[in-house]
Design a protein around this ligand. Structure first.
Ligand code: ATP
Ligand code: MG
Length: 240
């Protein structure tokens, strides 16, 4: 479903991604771990072309990432992304936030978009908040709305970049529970997180990055008990 081959990314003279190869199968859940600055966010952002790449090829479902903007809109709807900051539109209701993409980018009829949006809000457990503004919701609720908004486009892939890092501890679980439900539903997902328990239980595969490279790649069982490199051992010693 996702194919990343030989990807290079430079910011000026700093190489943020060095020769990244990564294949993600349909329905697979890949968790990306690594120290700050290792390129995790950059890799996520290249996968829906929020960042252009300087070398290599990225394909989603067999189609190379497009260059021009009309095609980019289609791509963005196939690859849902959820960030640390929820980025909901403050002047719209929760329901309107979730309806917006399908209505504006896809031309879906408003009634149909509303029905689908309410289903998704129910699925993430915030249906009772539908008519409120984002600011009236807790951080955990807002992030669940952001997930519903991404799902509203029926994406083939969901990318999560530290979706719980901005949340108070008591709200982290409610968001992770929603993400775990998505993994059970067969969604193809790439998740950058510092939640090690989630990584251990929800990931099919762990990718460990350092200095813009993939340094280790293994099942969670192997990674957390028997990682191969000093970089990964140092990282685990700090976070566990
Ligand atoms: N827009 C940018 N301009 C210049 N340098 C950037 C830009 N975005 C990222 N970088 C640099 O690229 C490297 C990788 O950054 P990235 O944000 O991908 O790291 P990360 O692994 O997500 O870190 P964190 O865990 O702190 O989120 C860092 O050295 C960062 O300073
Ligand atoms: Mg990051």
């Amino acid at each position: 479903m996702i194919s990343v081959k030989g990807v290079q990314k430079w910011f000026g003279s700093h190489q943020a991604l060095a020769d990244i190869d990564l294949e993600v199968s349909t329905g697979e859940v890949v968790v990306i771990l690594g120290p700050s600055g290792s390129g995790k966010s950059t890799l996520c952002r290249t996968m829906n072309r929020l960042e252009p790449i300087d070398g290599g090829v990225i394909e989603i479902d067999g189609v190379p990432l497009p260059e021009e903007s009309a095609e980019l809109a289609r791509l963005r709807s196939e690859v849902g992304m959820v960030f640390q900051q929820f980025n909901l539109f403050a002047h719209m209701t929760v329901l309107e936030n979730v309806m917006l993409g399908p209505v504006q980018a896809r031309g879906v009829d408003a009634g149909e978009a509303r029905t689908h949006a309410m289903d998704l809000l129910t699925r993430v457990g915030v249906e009772s908040q539908a008519d409120k503004r984002p600011a009236q919701l807790s951080g955990g609720q807002q992030q669940r709305v952001a997930i519903a908004r991404a799902l509203a486009m029926n994406p083939k892939v969901m990318l999560f970049d530290e979706p719980t890092s901005a949340l108070d501890p008591e709200m982290i679980k409610e968001v992770l529970d929603v993400i775990v439900e998505l993994t059970k539903g067969g969604m193809t997902m790439v998740v950058v997180t510092h939640e090690m328990k989630f990584a251990q239980t929800a990931a099919d595969r762990i990718i460990f990055m350092a200095d813009g490279r993939i340094v280790e790649e293994s099942t969670p069982d192997v990674f957390f008990t028997d990682c191969k490199t000093d970089r990964a051992r140092e990282f685990l010693a700090k976070v566990l």
